[in-house]
Ligand binder design. Structure first.
Ligand code: FES
Ligand SMILES: [Zn+2]
Length: 121
């Protein structure tokens, strides 16, 4: 069997309501992962591209979070309506979806403004 060309890790972590970091899958139903898996299979990618259900990717404030490897492209605030565009643009045509890419200074950065919102004045 050929190797997978890409892995998508889709955060499906669920936390209790009101958790300060929030979470990517409040409903706990892995809807995004299911959609990626289903739509990739419809296009015949199921043997080449894997849509993995992931635990917390530590980018909770930007969630729902999806990372694509080996490209190392991180997407944030991904909705079900974005799945088709990510597949068409990134997976099929090799062009990551710029509008959903997390800024470099957000990823694994404790100084990220989303992780440390300024208190209301
Ligand atoms: S809960 Fe999804 S990145 Fe942490
Ligand atoms: Zn950020």
């Amino acid at each position: 069997m050929p190797k997978f060309e890409r892995h998508l890790f889709i955060c499906c972590n669920q936390r209790e309501p009101g958790h300060p970091r929030g979470c990517c899958d409040p409903a706990g139903q892995a809807q995004l992962q299911y959609l990626f898996k289903q739509k990739l299979a419809l296009r015949g990618f199921n043997k080449r591209v894997r849509a993995n259900m992931s635990g917390c990717l530590d980018q909770c404030e930007h969630g729902p979070t999806v990372v694509v490897y080996p490209d190392g492209v991180w997407y944030g605030r991904v909705t079900p309506g974005d799945v088709e565009e990510i597949i068409e643009s990134h997976i099929v045509n090799g062009r990551p979806v710029d509008r959903l890419i997390l800024p470099e200074d957000c990823i694994n950065a404790s100084s990220c403004p989303h992780r440390n919102p300024k208190p209301d004045r």
